[in-house]
Design a protein around this ligand. Sequence first.
Ligand code: NAG
Ligand code: NAG
Length: 458
Amino acid sequence: MRLLCALLILLPEAAASRTRRELAPGLYEHGVYDAGGSYCERGDVCCRGRDDGCTVPYLDTICYCDLFCNRTVSDCCPDFWEYCLGIPPPFPKAHGCTRAGHSYPSGATYRENCNLCTCSQDGRWDCEDHACLMDPELINAINSGNFGWRATNYSHFWGMTLDEGIRYRLGTFRPPPTVLNMNELHVPMDSNEVLPRHFDAATKWPGMIHEPLDQGNCAGSWAFSTAAVASDRISIHSMGHMTPALSPQNLLSCDTRNQRGCGGGRLDGAWWYLRRRGVVTDECYPFTSRGSRAPGQPCMMHSRSTGRGKRQATARCPNPRARANDIYQATPAYRLSADEKEIMKELMENGPVQAILEVHEDFFMYESGIYRHTRLAEGKAPRHRRHGTHSVKITGWGEEQMPDGQTQKYWTAANSWGKEWGEKGHFRIARGVNECDVETFVVGVWGRVGAEDVRHGA
Ligand SMILES: *[C@@H]1O[C@H](CO)[C@@H](O)[C@H](O)[C@H]1NC(C)=O
Ligand SMILES: *[C@@H]1O[C@H](CO)[C@@H](O)[C@H](O)[C@H]1NC(C)=O
């Protein structure tokens, strides 16, 4: 204890010469003395005489543990009398905590972003220490750095922990090695084939590319990305004769073999279901698991075979106002190689493709620009550096001239976090460098379109 005091004397002169009241403004609030807490005790500091260096941190300032306290009660640590002198403090002991000039009883709580703070028995605010999904510090660091993209604070993500974001906003199981090794379909390429510098599926196929949806707190991106890609491709391959927006809920509730609904699922399983069972439209079977952190809702409709591979719904639409309960099916999905050019050619010829994406903490805050995962969280505790597997729909590509003269190539992709997120529900991400695994597992599919459908459409 003596040694500590001796060390504290060495504190800078400047601090000692300032008036003490000024240094500790937080101790009195509206005539109520701070409720207490063990400051001198935790700092193991008590000084026998007057000693302006004899301080410990107190809230966002300091308090004193020296004998001069006895005269200027207001700047002493609340436990000075009891801990250092062994006498009761010269003021009634208050029970409660203060915050922004108000007193609160013990047990009172408030939220600081994703952390709950509780007023403890000894009058301190005890706050949880989770990493938050929206991290103002990280947003500032991204926006003041030169990363090529901007971050923002999304109010619908505010208050969630990063763990909750990973757990409830993604929802694709990483393909197991057997699926990762699935035969790749090579798109025949002329080695010097020139592809356009910009491509946007919605421009090439107007009215056939569906808008991004919002999966809410349902970790079902496996169903959202599959339904999104299948919807676009059925529209394109039927030449616009059919433009169904397929139902993610149908997959979430009914494709239950090895799948976990809003608890995550596999892409190969989703495509198997689309091929063998088929799904109805989103209008017929609307999304009802938005707020659902629970995996399952019972399946409201199945399909049965009507021969020659065609299928029919076994029930009316769950949405009583929707009439058409046609079942849409796809052909077997195929995996593309991770080659940038092959993915581009496939996209341009056959429509949007599905891709897995490894989502890191900074991606949730993406607002605009060309995303690349920053290493900004690397200096922080492990709980601030989290990632999980997601899946999205790639809809185009482009390139942009950077201020330094370099050209940045990117993919454009649709996410499933609503149209308020990112660039109208889309994002751009660096292309050709397998950023966040976006080129690792890319899938295409043909809508099952009968010849007569095409003839009618043409
Ligand atoms: C503190 O001050 C009071 C009166 O102001 C005095 O009675 C008491 O002895 C002092 N205590 C110490 C430890 O100096
Ligand atoms: C982020 O948004 C929430 C909700 O709109 C708001 O309460 C919060 O103060 C914002 N935080 C920052 C750092 O801007």
